[in-house]
Design a binder for this molecule. Structure first.
Ligand SMILES: Cc1cc2nc3c(=O)[nH]c(=O)nc-3n(C[C@H](O)[C@H](O)[C@H](O)COP(=O)(O)O)c2cc1C
Length: 202
C-alpha cells in the first residue's frame, strides 16, 4: 500500500498511523480546572524530549467538533499537571479514565481513585502509582487548529516520585518490576515482558 498524504484530510490516517507508530507509552495525566475539579485522562501521543531541562510532551487533539479536551483547557488555565505511569496493574483504570465526562465532572471521583497533594504543583497526584512526574507548562504548540489536530503540551518536570519497589540494586527502574504497558493500533495494547538487551556501539 502507498498513500500520498499531501492535500488530504489527515484525520483519515489516524487508524493507520497509530498502528504504525507503536508501541506508544501513555501519559496518565491529572490536571485541575480553575474551579478546582481534578481531571484524569490518558494520552499516548507522549514521550520525553530532553533532560536539561527535563522536558515531556504529550498531545491532546481537538475534538471532532473542534473543541479542546478538558486536560488541554485545564493546563492552558493553570499551567500545571502531573503525569503518572501506565502499568499492567492499572490498565483497566487507565482505559476507563478516557471516558468523556462533562467538564465539571471528575474522572478521579467517578473512578473513586485516591489522590494526595503534590509536592510542588497545585494539582493532586494519584496514590499508589509506581511513578509520577509533577510538571509545569513551558508552552502549548497547536498543530493545525482543525478537528482532531494535535496540540503539543510541553512541560518541564519539577518533581519526580518513584516507588522504591520498582528500583533495581543501582536505584534505576527495573522493567520487570515496573511492568509498563503501551498502546498499539486498534484496541491492542502490549506488556513489556519479552525483554532483551543490546550493547550500544562505541
Ligand atoms: C490509552 C489511551 C490513550 C489515548 N491517547 C490520546 C492522545 O494521545 N491524544 C488524545 O487527544 N486523546 C487520547 N486518548 C483519548 C482521551 O483520553 C479522551 O479523549 C479523554 O476523554 C480526554 O479527556 P479530557 O477531556 O478529560 O482531557 C487516549 C485514550 C486512551 C484510552
Amino acid at each position: 500500500m502507498e498513500i500520498d498524504v499531501q492535500g488530504k484530510h489527515g484525520e483519515q490516517f489516524y487508524s493507520l498511523l497509530v498502528g504504525l507508530i507503536a508501541p506508544r507509552p501513555s501519559a496518565w495525566v491529572t490536571s485541575k480546572s480553575p474551579a478546582g475539579i481534578v481531571n484524569l485522562a490518558p494520552f499516548s501521543f507522549f514521550n520525553m524530549f530532553g533532560v536539561n531541562p527535563p522536558v515531556v510532551v504529550f498531545s491532546p487533539t481537538l475534538r471532532p467538533d473542534g473543541s479542546k479536551k478538558d486536560t488541554h483547557l485545564n493546563i492552558e488555565a493553570t499551567k500545571e499537571f502531573v503525569i503518572h505511569a501506565s502499568t499492567e496493574q492499572h490498565v483497566d483504570l487507565i482505559n476507563q479514565s478516557s471516558k468523556l465526562l462533562p467538564h465539571h465532572e471528575s474522572e478521579v471521583d467517578w473512578l473513586k481513585l485516591p489522590t494526595e497533594p503534590s509536592r510542588v504543583v497545585d494539582v493532586p497526584k494519584l496514590v499508589g502509582i509506581p511513578w509520577a512526574l509533577e510538571c509545569k507548562l513551558q508552552q502549548i504548540v497547536p498543530l493545525g487548529g482543525g478537528p482532531v489536530s494535535g496540540n503539543l503540551i510541553i512541560g518541564e518536570i519539577v518533581f519526580i516520585h518513584v516507588d522504591d519497589a520498582i528500583l533495581d540494586e543501582k536505584n534505576l527502574p527495573d522493567p520487570r518490576k515496573l511492568k509498563s504497558v503501551a498502546r498499539l493500533g486498534g484496541e491492542y495494547w502490549c506488556r513489556t515482558q519479552d525483554l532483551f538487551t543490546q550493547q550500544r556501539p562505541k
